[in-house]
Write a protein that binds this ligand. Structure first.
Ligand code: SAM
Length: 241
């Protein structure tokens, strides 16, 4: 799944970064930091410590996620003119993928440095990048988007935040809007020793409680390209006809 085949030191730098970042992640320790429930301090540290080396950002592959890209490729009617939002955009590859397919894309991340880095990578981008918190989005974004995409952000949140996160995602959808979720999957009763916390199937019942009805939920087994079981779920506002 890596876009770094031409960088021989990539795997080693990433492995080293993972060890360093796990060591400073309060959620990996015995006592999570109650003063920072969003783990903002850790996400900021990830991007700051990377010093512009994407190998040191554990989720960055410098290419769209394969399940995002294939979703975009499968849209027979294309995405031309669609008002789209990428949540927790990281270094911007997924947002750029939607933009290249013709969508009018807004993308945000909790971390200012992630946003600045995405802008440096894509200086001619049409994507409107900004630093925002999913739990405090600008009021003008409410009910605005035809398509909201999240890849690996829900699974990066402490599980107790998920109901609030789903409510926040639902509030961003236009009346006919859809939410695309790409996340690691686990069985309901499987232990989830995150972060990241793979999502159990009950996440979709929870989503429905927040006004997000399933259109299609794919339970995708590990492949060579994506070597871990994933969900790719397309949900829509349940008040839509
Ligand atoms: C696991 S990374 C995934 C990044 C990107 N979606 C990707 O697939 O490469 C999760 C991202 O969500 C961001 N994030 C975490 N909490 C957030 C929040 N409350 N609001 C917005 N972004 C958040 C993090 O800073 C991080 O960049």
């Amino acid at each position: 799944m890596s876009g770094f085949s031409s960088d021989p030191g990539f795997a080693e730098r990433r492995a080293r970064a993972r060890i360093e970042l796990d060591a400073i992640d309060p959620a990996k320790g015995a006592a999570p930091d109650a003063s920072d429930p969003l783990r903002r301090g850790w996400f900021e540290a990830v991007y700051a410590l990377a010093e512009n080396d994407a190998a040191r950002v554990p989720w960055a592959n410098l290419s769209p996620h394969p399940l995002t890209r294939s979703f975009v490729d499968l849209q027979i009617r294309g995405l031309e003119g669609l008002c789209a939002l990428d949540v927790g955009c990281g270094l911007g590859d997924n947002a750029e993928c939607f933009s290249a397919a013709g969508a009018d894309v807004t993308a945000f991340d909790l971390v200012e440095e992630a946003v600045q880095w995405a802008k440096r990578r894509f200086p001619d981008s049409k994507v409107a990048y900004s630093a925002e918190d999913l739990f405090k989005v600008p009021p003008e974004w409410r009910e605005k988007f035809d398509l909201v995409h999240e890849c690996y952000t829900l699974q990066a949140l402490a599980p107790e935040l998920l109901p609030k996160a789903l409510a926040a995602l639902a509030s961003l959808l236009a009346p006919d809007g859809k939410l695309l979720v790409i996340a690691r999957a686990r069985d309901e009763d499987a232990p989830a020793s995150g972060p990241p916390w793979p999502l159990p199937p009950s996440i979709f019942a929870e989503a429905e409680r927040h006004g997000l009805r399933r259109i299609v939920i794919e339970d995708i087994a590990a492949t060579a390209e994506v070597p871990i079981r994933h969900w790719r779920a397309l949900l829509r506002r349940s008040d839509a006809a």
